[in-house]
Design a protein. Structure first.
Length: 112
């Protein structure tokens, strides 16, 4: 499975997988993920972030069987504390449902 803060932000947690039939999705045997972030310091403690993530979940171990790419994009902020950054991101799927649903993520540390 894929989707969520650690893989494809904007997609629900483990909502992406291999579709066997309508409404039947299972985890695949292959995952490929790519992420990119643009970060800009606003001041000495606050950073603005724009990001895009994409992931592929494949039916077989080599990723050559059935599967689909899914994407997400969003904006975020980082507040730097003495123990590390606190992260707040808001993301939406990059597909036909774009801007129809949003996911909000809060965490400690950078996404990657």
């Amino acid at each position: 499975y894929s989707g969520g803060a650690g893989t494809v932000r904007g997609q629900g947690y483990q909502s992406l997988g291999v579709d066997l039939a309508p409404n039947i999705t299972v985890g695949g045997r292959a995952f490929v993920g790519v992420s990119g972030e643009l970060r800009a310091m606003v001041n000495d403690r606050v950073q603005a972030v724009a990001f895009a993530d994409a992931g592929f979940v494949g039916e077989d171990a080599l990723g050559t069987g059935t599967g689909e790419w899914h994407g997400g994009a969003g904006l975020g902020a980082r507040y730097f504390t003495t123990v590390g950054p606190i992260r707040l991101d808001i993301a939406t799927p990059v597909d036909d449902d774009a801007f129809q649903a949003f996911e909000i993520y809060v965490g400690i540390g950078q996404a990657f």
